[in-house]
Design a binder for this molecule. Structure first.
Ligand code: HBI
Ligand code: FE
Length: 289
């Protein structure tokens, strides 16, 4: 891990990197690990109000749709009527699972992203969407990152899975297999479903932070829902501009952790010879849950 961390050299964003919206526009600098100070004082009253309204709307529709672990941990975010101080969350999160959240100015390159995860530091975008983007935003903002992702990091098995994902990401990067591994992140951490005794529930942050996709993912008859299978998920293309048309279902977070124990090198080699599967496409013999 250390040798890889040392390869993350830029002290400020280079011109070749995709500009994260928040920090570039302020002309600020970031640290060598791509984190930045949260700069809580710079949030406006309108920013806090956006967070409060997003939180209120989304919290109201969780029962019956979000998984138990998420609902149980959501209060650990603390305040809901303004953007929280990350330090306050960290006091509780570190005690629970030894994870911490760190501020980042937006999307960061893969190697620093994986490095942070491998070190149990979850990057949380510091800026919040504008009122015009209230219902939908393309990039992650502080609401998606905090509300969607952080409650799940209070679950010990899930928290261990995300760290292992970061470690796997660094290996995948070295093997040029990031596209395949990114699909696993997409179909688990972002858009994963879990089977609970009472029925399907969401644990993926992209679902849990979305006003419309939560019900679509859990209850709509339209999407294909398959048991999580690593090669199947890694071959499946995903959509970034509409609700997903394929979701993968796990039985437990321990299952997720166990699935990712083996080294993925032979899996990547096998997948190199296989074609991608379109989002929503069903293979012969498959049926939807
Ligand atoms: N950066 N801040 C941030 N958040 C992400 O989710 C993120 C990222 N950089 C890279 C990245 N995700 C992807 O490469 C992962 O899906 C694998
Ligand atoms: Fe996310």
């Amino acid at each position: 891990m250390d040798s890889t961390a040392a390869s993350v050299t830029p002290a400020v964003y280079g011109e070749s990197d995709r500009p994260p919206r928040g920090d570039y526009s302020r002309g600020g600098t970031v640290l060598a690990d791509y984190t930045c100070p949260q700069d809580w004082a710079s949030y406006t009253a309108a920013d806090h109000d956006t967070y409060r309204r997003l939180y209120e709307r989304q919290a109201a529709q969780l029962p019956g749709l979000a998984c138990d672990a998420f609902i149980a941990a959501l209060p650990s975010l603390g305040v809901k009527d303004r953007i929280p101080h990350f330090d306050e969350i960290n006091e509780r999160l570190y005690k629970a699972t030894r994870w911490e959240v760190v501020a980042v100015p937006g999307l960061i390159p893969e190697v620093p992203f994986f490095t942070l995860l491998a070190n149990r530091k979850f990057p949380v975008t510091d800026w919040i969407r504008t009122p015009e983007e209230f219902d939908y935003i393309v990039e992650p903002d502080v609401f998606h990152d905090l509300f969607g992702h952080v409650p799940m990091l209070f679950d010990p098995a899930f928290a261990d899975y995300v760290q292992r994902y970061g470690q796997g990401g660094l290996k995948a990067h070295a093997q040029e297999a990031c596209e395949k591994l990114a699909r696993l992140y997409w179909y688990t951490v972002e858009f994963g479903l879990i089977r609970q005794p009472e029925g399907l529930r969401a644990y993926g942050a992209g679902i849990l932070s979305s006003v419309g996709e939560l019900r679509h993912a859990v209850q709509s008859a339209a999407p294909l829902r398959l048991p999580l299978d690593l090669p199947r998920a890694m071959r499946t293309r995903y959509k970034i501009d509409s609700y997903q048309s394929t979701y993968f279902v796990i039985e437990s977070f321990a299952q997720l952790f166990d699935l990712t124990a083996p080294d993925f090198t032979p899996l990547y080699q096998m997948l190199a010879a296989q074609s991608d599967i379109e989002a929503g496409a069903k293979l012969p013999g498959e049926s939807s849950a």
